[in-house]
Design a protein around this ligand. Structure first.
Ligand SMILES: [Fe+2]
Length: 480
């Protein structure tokens, strides 16, 4: 009251009592612009307060009714989802890892990729490498595996080529700029269809083709307006695991965030490996973990799954940090280790969801690709994925990443996928290649010391979501 007196404002005794009882502030009294304040003058202040309170209550009620009005479309449909089990190694691993197993593995690869290349066809009669020098002077097409790539003194490219019948040398001249540039993308163990002219000692290349995806494919229609979310590299148990960000995603998928209409369309959640950070994956990993028990790491994941709406189909494929063998192809994680109700499949695996053929693979081959071809980097994982599709093989470079020599090569991209989903590099990347939607789904792990030293910047908590009926891919940001 003293401050009001100093401003020349007087207050009646009754008003003073009411001011004290209602904790009316000096600012509120000054807003009346009066030199003498009686109890009646206080009425507009009290009325304004009541109105604000009523508005607050209304807003709270609206919030409650909005939450109870949330009716997710995906809840009304059962999943249309089928795994192509013959292309998944789970339960079918038949190898002892000996020389004979490697021979039959590579024969299987050569024969199956050759069948794909034969559909490419082309000019010139087909020839095997055995006795090819007898065809000197003739033009041929031949299917070869590139066993070595060298540069000659004159700067031309020299390939050591082999097939199931023999070996020969192939020269790609730098004078033929177009083919020479294309050949810079050749890698060891590539299987290609080569066109060229035979000389006594060499085949002079005119052109070549990888098996690749067909250029034009009819877009399949999805009838139901549903969506899938693509995740990978959650790394439960790591000190860098972004639990708050994943909790934000969990709230969103229950319709408690922006765009609940979109959240309600989510029928599928696909996870491309590295569910947990694992144990003993690299030296001294213990110092980077919050949880040293592998079962408890998967227990954290199970809790996350239990918090998701039960109408969502969760599909899990393993990665190199998970509790399966480290080499490709990886079998599915067991029910015992996962400890929750999800569909567990191998890496790679093929499945059809909402009429879209999917290929899911952790993407471990990216390391070999990036260290082999100069135009590839961890910043653009989608380009690695395109190289795989071009070869119709997920890991063509032998030694690029560990491979188990299964008699059937499960790394061949047998089916033409509508959607390809990788993880591993912790960086979101997207592309459209010959009608196939390419998704690398990033991570929920913050930058690790190793990545910092490598100068690699991940993109955590950015979640791709695909709407089937609209053929529309977008990214949701759960960093804030
Ligand atoms: Fe990872």
């Amino acid at each position: 009251m003293d401050s009001l007196k100093a401003l020349g404002i007087r207050v009646s005794l009754d008003a003073e009592k009411a001011i004290s009882e209602n904790s009316i502030t000096s600012d509120e009294l000054l807003s009346l612009k009066k030199t003498f304040i009686s109890p009646e003058d206080l009425e507009p202040i009290l009325k304004k307060r009541e109105e604000a309170k009523a508005q607050e209550m209304q807003a709270a009620q609206a919030e409650v009714s909005r939450a109870s009005d949330y009716k997710p479309l995906a809840k009304e449909y059962s999943p249309e989802f089928r795994v192509h089990e013959s292309l998944d190694v789970t339960g079918k691993s038949r190898t002892e890892g000996g020389v004979a197993d490697f021979v039959s593995h590579f024969q299987n690869r050569f024969e199956r990729i050759s069948s794909m290349l034969r559909t490419v066809g082309g000019k010139y009669p087909e020839a095997d490498l055995y006795g090819i020098s007898k065809l000197a002077g003739q033009k041929v097409r031949t299917i070869i595996m590139v066993s070595d790539i060298r540069t000659t003194k004159k700067g031309n490219m020299l390939l050591e080529a082999e097939d199931l019948t023999g070996q020969f040398k192939v020269v790609i001249s730098q004078r033929d700029e177009e083919v020479f540039d294309k050949a810079k993308n050749l890698v060891r163990d590539d299987i290609i269809l080569l066109f060229g002219k035979v000389s006594q000692a060499f085949l002079i290349a005119e052109d070549f083709e990888w098996p690749d995806l067909p250029v034009a494919r009819e877009k399949k229609k999805a009838e139901r307006d549903l969506a899938a979310v693509y995740l990978s590299d959650l790394h439960f148990g790591s000190k860098e695991f972004l639990g708050d960000h994943l909790a934000r995603f969990s709230e969103w998928i229950k319709g408690k965030g922006d765009n609940p209409h979109l959240a309600g369309k989510v029928k599928y959640l696909f996870i491309a490996g590295d569910i947990v950070d694992g144990i003993g994956i690299y030296p001294n990993q213990e110092k980077d973990l919050t949880e040293l028990d592998i079962f408890k790491q998967y227990g954290m994941f199970a809790k996350f799954v239990e918090g998701l709406p039960d109408y969502i189909e969760v599909v899990v494929s393993p990665g190199n940090h998970d509790a399966v063998r480290r080499a490709d192809p990886m079998p599915a994680l067991s029910k015992e280790i996962l400890g929750c109700s999800v569909t567990s499949i191998g890496s790679p695996s093929y499945f059809c969801a909402e009429n879209s053929e999917h290929l899911i693979y952790h993407g471990t081959c990216a390391d070999g690709w990036i260290s082999t071809l100069p135009h590839l980097s961890y910043d653009e994982p989608e380009k690695v994925m395109i190289e795989c599709l071009r070869r119709r093989h997920l890991s063509p470079i032998f030694g690029g990443n560990a491979i188990v020599p299964e008699k059937l090569d499960y790394m061949i991209i047998e089916k033409e996928p509508d959607i390809v989903h990788f993880g591993h590099v912790h960086k979101n990347g997207y592309a459209r290649y010959r009608g196939t939607t390419i998704i690398n789904s990033g991570t929920f792990q913050d930058t690790t010391d190793f990545q910092r030293r490598q100068g690699h910047i991940p993109t955590p908590a950015k979640v791709p979501i695909y709407e089937f009926a609209q053929d529309k891919l977008r990214t949701l940001d759960f960093t804030r």
